[in-house]
Design a binder for this molecule. Structure first.
Ligand code: E4P
Length: 218
């Protein structure tokens, strides 16, 4: 399973990359705004800065337009920025058409705001490179986000779609583990949920004992 980090914060991206387990980055307009990025030039520069931090890792950059012509225009400009860029397109009718257009042009896409298996099926048919089911937001309204990941996995296996399942809206380390059990291709997560996987009280206790015993051999 690939690990992406879900942030536009350069320090956190660097920290995750330095752990040696980072395969890519996802951003969205909310995450970009949170970093105080304003204006077209600053937005484009920030995406290039992110790409330069992650080696060959994929970087999802989301279009802000919602009509076909402007999604195409914006997506092509984003794709031209850097070979790591994956154009993130919302699951709407014009977005679906744009994904087909980008697929024909060899431009990789991430279809975002996926909340149903039907949406994921359409995105795969259109040729999306990734689909992003938002499992945390589904859990937030009392539905079962993990069930959606399972449904999409089964549908994609039935037809051997190349589209990768990028589980998004991750809230905790258990989400990451459950996605790995189901076989999601990618999980995009805040840094805290990734680093939480490192922790176990018995590791801490065992290490304290080893350090204490090592002192006896000095
Ligand atoms: C995915 O690509 C989205 O940017 C993100 O995972 C949404 O997460 P949230 O529900 O925590 O905002």
């Amino acid at each position: 399973m690939k690990f992406f980090i879900d942030t536009a914060n350069l320090a956190q991206i660097q920290e995750a990359y330095d752990l040696g387990i980072l395969d890519g980055v996802t951003t969205n307009p909310s995450l970009m705004a949170k970093e105080g990025i304003k204006g077209q030039n600053a937005i484009l520069k920030h995406y290039v800065d992110i790409c330069n931090l992650v080696g060959e890792g994929d970087v999802s950059a989301e279009v802000l337009s919602v009509d076909y012509q402007n999604i195409i225009k914006e997506g092509e400009a984003l794709a031209d920025l850097h070979s790591n860029i994956v154009v993130k397109v919302p699951m709407i009718k014009d977005g679906l058409k744009a994904i087909k257009y980008f697929a024909n042009k060899g431009i990789r896409t991430n279809c975002t705001l996926i909340f149903s298996a039907g949406q994921a099926l359409l995105a795969a048919k259109a040729g999306a490179s990734y689909v992003s089911p938002f499992l945390g937001r589904i859990d937030d309204i009392g539905w079962d986000g993990m069930k959606l990941i399972e449904e999409i996995k089964n549908i994609y296996l039935n037809y051997d779609f190349d589209t990768e399942i990028l589980a998004a809206s991750i809230r905790n380390p258990i989400h990451i583990l459950k996605c790995a059990e189901i076989g999601a291709d990618v999980v995009t997560s805040p840094l805290a949920s990734i680093t939480a996987l490192l922790n176990h009280p018995l590791t801490d206790k065992g290490l304290a004992q080893f350090i204490a015993d090592a002192k006896k051999m000095e």
